[in-house]
Ligand binder design. Structure first.
Ligand SMILES: Cc1cc2nc3c(=O)[nH]c(=O)nc-3n(C[C@H](O)[C@H](O)[C@H](O)COP(=O)(O)OP(=O)(O)OC[C@H]3O[C@@H](n4cnc5c(N)ncnc54)[C@H](O)[C@@H]3O)c2cc1C
Length: 426
């Protein structure tokens, strides 16, 4: 019982498999879908992907460090390109051959010396370690609407194509990146388009002075966070103007205090009157929606862009029942031998962190087998260390931002930790 079970073959599961393979550590890889790529496979049952989706971090800073995105990709690749890239990563490293596809995990339980993993087909295997990499955008957070709305209500997890909006009066609730994208689809395809926002946001352009926004920020001088927030606040006001002139609420927080909203197309469509911004819903009656400011809209389709539950249904008792699984540095459980990958909520690109964290997990597993005293030392760290990874940003008080970390702060901390433990990470 020496091996590691990896659950999921999206980018996180692939990063985990790559890290174990590189160190010659045995593993069993389970994926419920027919292939790799996770949520980027638009045809995977339950995927939240939609046709107009593009990456929101640039290809320059977003690929796995060991396998950069192709040079001929655009700055912000489409969902098809990310799906192809993940398949290429798996094939290039021979990871796909080791995956048991069409194999869903139903339960993970603690047993003497490790964990028992039970599939939905009833078979069980025992493993010393388990890496949970099953993603966080599969279980929709469906909210109840006030009043008695009689039109169609769907969560955006079921949304695929602007064709679904043609000839309809559409209201999108929520202005995360998916909500903003889908409101833009509605602006172009629906008969009438409305977006309802509970709070104001800072809209970050995908390009600043001709460069992808993250490359621009990365190449700029290092500043204390309070100064960075001030400089970017002024820059956004110069570039975007006053958002309230477009009917948007004024942001109630500083730049970077919420997950970046990388979308100025919505401002374009608001400026052209193709979509209308409204505040939170107060009540509904029939197909009429009344908003908090007393305005009304008649809509026949409401799309809930209200996010996802970060649950792990097959191992909830092991990862805790908080808004996000309880993992040290988003990856190391207080239950020895249990790990998570893909749970980092951050303003940076996820795949770099996935490869770094996967390398750390693999080296911790290797320490358990070969250097037990170092393994025990890091287990003590997992149990006691509580680093501040906010870099001084006061993230807004919401479920989404509970446990949210700053990309620069966590990267620095991972490097410092790896150095102390004698590990190498990209
Ligand atoms: C529209 C959109 C845009 C995004 N843009 C960016 C971006 O620009 N930059 C960025 O870094 N991130 C971005 N993300 C974040 C996104 O979460 C990651 O890109 C990534 O797909 C998450 O990888 P993952 O492997 O953790 O999860 P997933 O991609 O969700 O993969 C999880 C896998 O686990 C499998 N699985 C689940 N449950 C089980 C089970 N019980 N048994 C077996 N297998 C199971 C699933 O089938 C799936 O294949 C974006 C997300 C969305 C939706």
């Amino acid at each position: 019982m020496l091996d590691t079970a990896i659950i999921g073959a999206g980018p996180a599961g692939l990063a985990a498999a790559f890290a174990l393979q590189q160190r010659g550590l045995p593993y069993t890889h389970l994926e419920r879908n027919r292939g790799v790529g996770g949520l980027w496979d638009i045809d995977a049952p339950g995927s939240p992907m939609y046709e107009s989706a593009h990456f929101i971090s640039s290809k320059t800073l977003s690929g796995f460090p060991s396998f950069p995105m192709p040079d001929d990709y655009p700055d912000y690749p489409s969902y098809k390109q990310i799906y192809a890239y993940l398949n290429a990563f798996a094939e290039h490293n021979g990871l796909d051959k080791a995956i048991e596809f069409d194999t869903a995990v139903e339960k993970v339980e603690k047993i003497e010396g490790g964990y028992r993993v039970t599939r939905t087909n009833g078979t069980s295997t025992d493993h010393a370690h388990v890496i949970v990499a099953s993603g966080v955008q599969w279980i929709p957070n469906v909210i109840d609407l006030p009043g008695n709305y009689t039109g169609e209500v769907r969560h955006t997890v079921t949304y695929r194509s602007p064709k679904e909006l043609e000839g309809r009066r559409v209201l999108v609730i929520g202005a995360g990146n998916s909500g903003a994208d889908i409101a833009c689809d509605a602006a172009r395809s629906a008969d009438h388009a409305v977006i309802s926002l509970r709070r104001g946001y800072h809209f970050i352009p995908k390009h600043v002075f001709g460069k992808p926004a993250d490359v621009f920020a990365d190449e700029g001088p290092t500043m204390p966070m309070w100064l960075e927030q001030r400089v970017f606040g002024v820059l956004l006001r110069i570039l975007n103007g006053d958002p309230t002139r477009l009917g948007l609420p004024k942001p109630d927080h500083k730049v970077f205090a919420t997950h970046p909203l990388m979308n100025t197309q919505l401002l374009h469509h608001l400026g052209h009157g193709d979509v209308t911004a409204r505040p939170a819903i107060a009540t509904t009656s029939g197909t009429t929606v009344t908003f908090a400011d007393g305005t009304t809209e008649d809509v026949d389709l409401i799309l809930l862009a209200t996010g996802y539950h970060h649950a792990v249904p097959y191992a909830q008792d092991l990862v805790g029942d908080g808004p996000h699984p309880d993992f040290y540095l988003t990856a190391f459980s207080r239950n020895p031998g249990l790990y998570g990958l893909g749970f980092v909520e951050t303003n940076g690109a996820a795949y770099v962190l996935m490869e770094q964290l996967a390398a750390m997990i693999a080296q911790h597993i290797d320490d358990r087998l070969r250097r037990p005293e170092r393994w025990a030392e890091f287990e003590r760290t997992i149990a006691t260390d509580t680093p501040d990874l906010t870099r001084g940003i006061r993230f807004v008080d919401s479920t989404r931002h509970a446990g949210y970390v700053d990309g620069v702060a966590i990267t620095r901390y991972l490097h410092r930790t790896a150095k102390r433990m004698g590990w190498t990470i990209p």
